[in-house]
Design a protein around this ligand. Structure first.
Ligand code: AMP
Length: 219
């Protein structure tokens, strides 16, 4: 099964994608993570993207489309994938349709995480991850069990994303409204759009997404 998780920054797409990955073996394809990995490796593509990402603006469509087309052809994606952060424009959505056709793959659903935008800045500005294993935390909603120590690997080093700050969030939300939200009607017309309440607890959001997946298996 191949799905898209759609929602503004901070809606919980990454968290939910990782939960689905663990439980169902579907692969999380996060274009944001791919770009951050490319920056870390010092690749020209990452360096080209970094300035835009730090400003909260979108990276050019062509780069993102190529990145995803390369990725979905890899062997691990045969089990199914969860697109997290792609597509982000109508052009990317159209390109995704064409590439899925070319590679004889289907899109089963687009799950929209509906959230109250006033809560997003708080959600995003408290996020931090373990520098060693990448486990994700939040200073208010999901702190480490022992202060300053990663629950997962015991490391004491943490990092915050440079774009997780209130100023950049304004630009990211603007990009969502102006460039990404128009893909909602695009998928609604295709009968693929399913909406879930993204403000519920992490477990309840997960259950709602799983209910969507179950209904698709039956149908
Ligand atoms: P994310 O981790 O999904 O919040 O993405 C972080 C940043 O990476 C975004 O603010 C964009 O600058 C860039 N980015 C990630 N995915 C895309 C995409 N599909 N199209 C354009 N830019 C993207």
């Amino acid at each position: 099964m191949n799905i898209i998780l759609l929602g503004p920054p901070g809606a919980g797409k990454g968290t939910q994608a990782r939960l689905l990955e663990e439980k169902y073996g579907m692969v999380q394809l996060s274009t944001g993570d791919m770009l951050r990995a490319s920056i870390k490796r010092g690749e020209p593509l990452g360096l080209e993207a970094k300035k835009l990402m730090d400003e909260g603006r979108l990276v050019p469509d062509d780069l993102m489309i190529r990145m995803i087309e390369d990725r979905i052809q890899q062997a691990d994606c045969q089990k199914g994938f969860i697109l997290d952060g792609f597509p982000r424009t109508v052009k990317q959505a159209e390109a995704l349709d064409a590439m899925l056709d070319r590679h004889h793959k289907n899109l089963d659903a687009v799950v929209e995480l509906k959230v109250d935008e006033d809560a997003l800045v708080e959600r995003v500005t408290g996020r931090f991850t373990c520098a060693k294993c990448g486990a994700g935390y939040h200073s208010n909603f999901k702190p480490t069990k022992v202060e300053g120590i990663c629950d997962n690997c015991g490391s004491a080093e943490f990092v915050c994303r440079p774009d997780d700050n209130p100023e950049t969030m304004k630009t990211r939300l603007k990009a969502f409204h102006e460039q990404t939200a128009p893909i909602l009607p695009y998928y609604r017309e295709k009968g693929l759009l399913k909406s879930v309440d993204g403000m519920a607890s992490m477990v309840n959001v997960q259950q709602s997404i799983e209910a969507v997946l179950k209904s698709l298996r039956k149908g």
